[in-house]
Design a protein. Structure first.
Ligand SMILES: [Zn+2]
Length: 377
């Protein structure tokens, strides 16, 4: 007797190259089988007919340190019910504030949580002060020690390389982040935007496997596009070298104009993340599903958007085995989606809008085999 059968849906699992009608069987919190005409009784059945079934989404860029970072939101209110069963905090905490993120958030929330450690001691602590602008807050050794003590949940090193946030320190914060990442064998996540040095100089410092977030922001000076709207040669070179480009929509880092130009030149993001935080959760992001729906509108296929928010993030950072997949024995984290045919106005971070006719809506969420919420039965 299985615990759960999800039946009748179209299953998308990039790890198995699967996009076809199939059932999902769950037993003891794990995926027992995925396929058509699977025999066996189940205690509970969710009828997903006409819906899409995916691994629970993995959001590579969120901010979930509520109450300590001014960006913080509560993962169990804004991620899990919206189909994101795993979220990665992108640098809300540095070595000085990480113990609290671990004890009071990661270990308490039901959403599976991981983190990029900010290279600066206090992490993203105040709107008014650049977190990496004071060299007293840059302590490579403490960052390394914090990674070593928390390897089960720290999956990378974060740096926001923006004028205001690094002050007069130039590229030192990024170079420090790379030193921490090199020593601990982790990727760096680099936040771009209003950089004090040309973007291509920053990219040249990155190593294969490092991640650029806010890739599709609107910018003249330092976006991925040059002033003529062409992808900068240094960006193509960086991708060639194995540097990954993440979305991180947020409240200031996604532009429809940039996205349309980049996609027209065949430059697709490697991962699609939300940068969900206090200033984006009430719009223009709301949730990761909104960002995926925007990319559907922009012409990506369902396979492409689901892959970039399930398997791809697990290839960018190392998470527990099986997350982001529906492989046999993987944690039974599943999201069920309706693609609703309804008029919707999508807004980017510049206030530009697009009128679309469909959007993804999560109608059921399963985590570790438990039905977290369901509009189905
Ligand atoms: Zn962020």
């Amino acid at each position: 007797m299985y615990d759960l059968r999800i039946t009748g849906g179209t299953v998308f699992d990039a790890s198995q190259d699967l996009a076809a009608p199939a059932d999902v069987l769950v037993q003891d919190g794990q995926v027992a089988a995925v396929g058509a005409d699977l025999p066996g009784e189940a205690r509970r059945t969710l009828d997903a007919t006409g819906r899409y079934v995916t691994p629970g989404l993995v959001d590579l860029h969120t901010h979930v340190y509520w109450g300590v970072s001014h960006y913080g939101i509560v993962a169990d209110e804004t991620c899990l019910p919206r189909g994101v069963t795993t979220a990665v905090d992108a640098g809300s905490a540095g070595a000085g504030t990480f113990p609290g993120l671990r004890r009071y958030v990661i270990e308490q929330q039901r959403t599976r949580l991981y983190a990029f450690l900010h290279v600066a001691l206090a992490g993203m602590f105040a709107q008014e002060v650049g977190e990496s602008a004071d060299e007293r807050l840059l302590d490579v050794d403490r960052a390394i020690a914090t990674v070593e003590a928390n390897r089960d949940v720290i999956v990378g090193v974060k740096i926001r390389q923006t004028d205001r946030l690094v002050g007069s320190l130039g590229t030192r914060p990024l170079r420090d982040a790379i030193r921490v990442a090199e020593t601990t064998d982790l990727p760096v996540m680099l936040h771009i935007g209003n950089t004090p040095v040309p973007l291509e100089d920053l990219l040249a410092l990155l190593r294969p496997g490092d991640i650029v977030t806010h890739s599709f922001r609107g910018a003249v000076r330092d976006g991925l596009l040059d002033p003529d709207g062409r992808v900068r040669p240094g960006v193509l070179e960086a991708r060639e070298r194995g540097i990954k480009f993440d979305i991180g929509h947020g409240s200031g880092s996604f532009s429809f104009d940039s996205a349309e130009r980049l996609l027209a030149q065949g430059f697709l993001p490697d991962t699609i993340s939300s940068d969900l935080h206090h200033y984006s959760v009430t719009g223009p992001v709301y949730d990761l599903a909104n960002v995926l729906s925007k990319f559907l509108f922009l012409g990506l296929s369902l396979e492409q958007v689901f892959a970039r928010a399930t398997l791809a993030p697990t290839q960018a950072v190392t998470l527990a085995d099986g997350l982001g997949t529906l492989g046999t024995g993987a944690p039974a984290d599943v999201a069920i989606w309706e693609l609703r045919d309804e008029a919707v106005t999508f807004m980017d971070c510049l206030g530009h809008t697009r009128e679309a006719m469909r959007q993804l809506e999560p109608v059921a969420v399963i985590q570790g085999g438990q039905v977290v919420r369901s509009e189905l039965e």
